[in-house]
Design a protein around this ligand. Structure first.
Ligand code: FES
Ligand code: FES
Length: 156
């Protein structure tokens, strides 16, 4: 069995047994049963698997376990729940910013990192931040509106 690795996910410490080069996404979804981050391309090219590590949005399919150990990992589960969605999640619901929804978790996490470092982003800032999040359904306009709505709500 591989040596244990301790991860801090959403403020909780977990010990997992996995090879150090295992993608973080696999551990989140398969070991910790946190299914919010999605497997899209598996190649660091679509953003569906986005999580925060020490506040920075990173693609968890492209992040080996060893690189995440000892750092603060945040997944979308920490932002709210079905019963009590957080501000970003409420904004995405209000703007109906999804079709299939597969990209949305990753978009929300990128937006969370953006709003943490820039609470009042311009449309250009939002577009730039979301450049690595692909949406094959073409909901980009609504995704941007949702981030703008969340920024307004968080500012009040
Ligand atoms: S699944 Fe990670 S970037 Fe596409
Ligand atoms: S809503 Fe379908 S991929 Fe974005």
């Amino acid at each position: 069995m591989p040596d244990p690795v301790t991860l801090n996910v959403n403020g909780v410490h977990h010990t997992v047994h996995a090879e150090p080069d295992t993608p973080l996404l696999y551990v989140l979804r398969n070991d910790l049963k946190l299914k919010g981050a999605k497997f899209g391309c598996g190649l660091g090219q679509c953003g569906a698997c986005m999580v925060l590590i020490d506040g920075h949005n990173v693609m968890s399919c492209d992040t080996p376990l060893w690189a995440a150990a000892g750092k603060a990992i945040t997944t979308i589960e920490a932002l709210g729940s079905l019963d009590a969605p957080g501000a970003l999640q409420r904004a995405f619901i209000a703007e109906q910013a999804a079709q299939c929804g597969y990209c949305v978790s990753g978009v929300v996490m990128t937006a969370a990192a953006l709003l943490a470092r820039n609470p009042d982003p311009s449309e250009a800032d939002i577009k730039q931040a979301l450049a690595r999040n692909l949406c094959r359904c073409g909901t980009h306009v609504r995704l941007i509106r949702a981030v703008q709505r969340a920024a307004k709500e968080l500012a009040t």
